[in-house]
Design a protein around this ligand. Structure first.
Ligand SMILES: [Zn+2]
Length: 90
């Protein structure tokens, strides 16, 4: 599964060869300072972005996900996550 946290400043993570982040959702209780941007040295609270597999789980009702690099840590997401393709025309 693929999940990443990025703040507004750093924005949507780039698509990689293996993963395309297609969906974004806000951590509940957000902006939540314990869920911060994954960019090195950045401590801004962030949005959670995920790939299509996690997005489908979210769509089927899942709201709690493990954080990358912090397997013991979980994030609970708010409702109303959106597919990023809905943000821009085309
Ligand atoms: Zn950041």
């Amino acid at each position: 599964m693929a999940l990443v946290v990025r703040c507004a400043q750093h924005g949507l993570p780039r698509r990689t060869r293996h993963t395309e982040y297609v969906f974004g959702a806000e951590p509940s209780g957000g902006p939540n300072p314990t869920i911060h941007c994954g960019k090195k040295g950045c401590k801004n609270p962030g949005l959670v972005f995920m790939d299509i597999i996690n997005a489908m789980e979210y769509r089927s009702g899942r709201r709690t996900f493990k954080l990358p690099f912090h397997p013991a840590k979980q994030v609970t997401l708010k409702n109303h996550g959106i597919f990023l393709s809905e943000c821009s025309p085309g």
